[in-house]
Ligand binder design. Structure first.
Ligand code: NAP
Length: 324
């Protein structure tokens, strides 16, 4: 396997001493899938079958890994079982059957509950990789639970949403046990287009919160712009075109703009998770006495939209709060 080095030297320059960055082309991922089936098959547990967990687990199966899946509500695991996974009755059973277990659940509370439920299936030689978005304190507590069994721990929250999860194009922000990070390079490459190692437990969680705080603020500014254009009789489709041609063009605006203009919000990234991430990022800034007036204002809009019943809609439904 050949990896390309960081395409942008600043990625390395900004990183701390222990930081590594790996990326690879989509073509290489496709090639890898057939190689894995013969050479590097792993026993992988997967806990959590939501919007993200289902396509991630299916990609592992398609790459030839032997996957054992568990979800709190077993019905939601059906698409993964139909794709070829074994269904475990408990989180611990999935870990016991696997070399490495990935976890993709909703909140810090859920991730902690799952780690406590999984620990009886963990032991020395096994790995536990939590890819949920949580705060650094929660991740450290989970690391303690996992390491107390002798197993290794990696936090690896992902940047990217439902479509990148389906396409195996996520970006993993990893921190924790570097030996486990190295052991996981194949599944990380199957599920993602890039993975970073950022150092001690907590650094991946913090990076993820910073990224999602920026995304959440961008989305509210975009929602305000779309609303203002409509109010002053500018064609919102033309606004999207203008944005797409200039320096503020972004894949997120291109993807979400048309559905927002159409008033459709099928959940790719549920609004309740975006509000959770704003809340956790603001709490992180509080600890560091860092002012974040833009994020704080954006958070108010997510709270308003959540209160108005948009929790399970896409986070772009925040435009409803702007329009109110
Ligand atoms: P989701 O569709 O809401 O799925 C949440 C999952 O968590 C479900 O499997 C759910 O199980 C499980 N869960 C919730 N509470 C639990 C508990 N107390 N014990 C055990 N399991 C519990 O969420 P998602 O969109 O896949 O996101 C998962 C994580 O990835 C979140 O941390 C989110 O912030 C992050 N993330 C999401 C995206 C995205 O675009 N969707 C992108 C990057 C990161 P049940 O089926 O039993 O409810």
């Amino acid at each position: 396997m050949t990896r390309t080095s960081a395409p942008n030297a600043s990625c390395f320059a900004r990183a701390r001493i222990n930081t590594h960055f790996h990326t690879h082309s989509r073509a290489r991922t496709v090639r890898r899938a057939s190689v894995v089936a013969h050479a590097e098959t792993m026993k992988i547990g997967f806990l959590g079958c939501g919007i993200m967990g289902v396509p991630m687990a299916k990609n592992l199966i398609n790459a030839g890994h032997e996957v054992t899946v568990w979800n709190r509500t077993s019905d939601a695991a059906k698409p993964v079982v139909d794709a070829g996974a074994a269904l475990a009755a408990t989180a611990a059973e999935a870990c016991a059957a696997s070399d490495v277990t990935f976890v993709m659940v909703s909140t810090p509370e859920a991730a902690t509950a799952v780690a406590n439920a999984a620990k009886d299936g963990l032991s020395a030689g096994k790995g536990y990789v939590d890819v949920s978005t949580v705060d650094a304190e929660t991740s450290s507590a989970i690391a303690e639970i996992v390491r107390s069994t002798g197993a290794e721990f990696l936090e690896a929250p992902v940047s990217g949403s439902k479509k990148p999860a389906e396409d195996g194009a996520l970006i993993f922000l990893c921190a924790g046990d570097e030996t486990l990070y190295r052991r996981c390079s194949e599944p990380l490459e199957t599920m993602g287009k890039a993975h970073f190692f950022l150092g001690d437990v907590g650094q991946g969680a913090k990076m993820k919160l910073v990224v999602n705080m920026i995304m959440g603020s961008m989305m509210t500014a975009f929602a305000e712009g779309l609303t203002l254009s409509e109010k002053c009789d500018l064609d919102p489709e033309t606004l999207l075109q203008v944005i797409s041609l200039g320096a503020i063009a972004s894949p997120m605006f291109a993807l979400k703009g048309p559905t927002m203009n159409a008033g459709a919000f099928p959940p790719a990234f549920p609004l309740k998770h975006q509000q959770k991430d704003m809340r956790l990022a603001i709490a992180l800034a509080d600890q560091l006495r860092q002012e974040m007036p833009v994020a704080a204002a954006a958070n108010e809009l997510y709270k308003r939209a959540a209160r108005d019943g948009c929790d399970d809609e896409d986070f772009s439904a925040v435009i409803k709060a702007v329009k109110k």
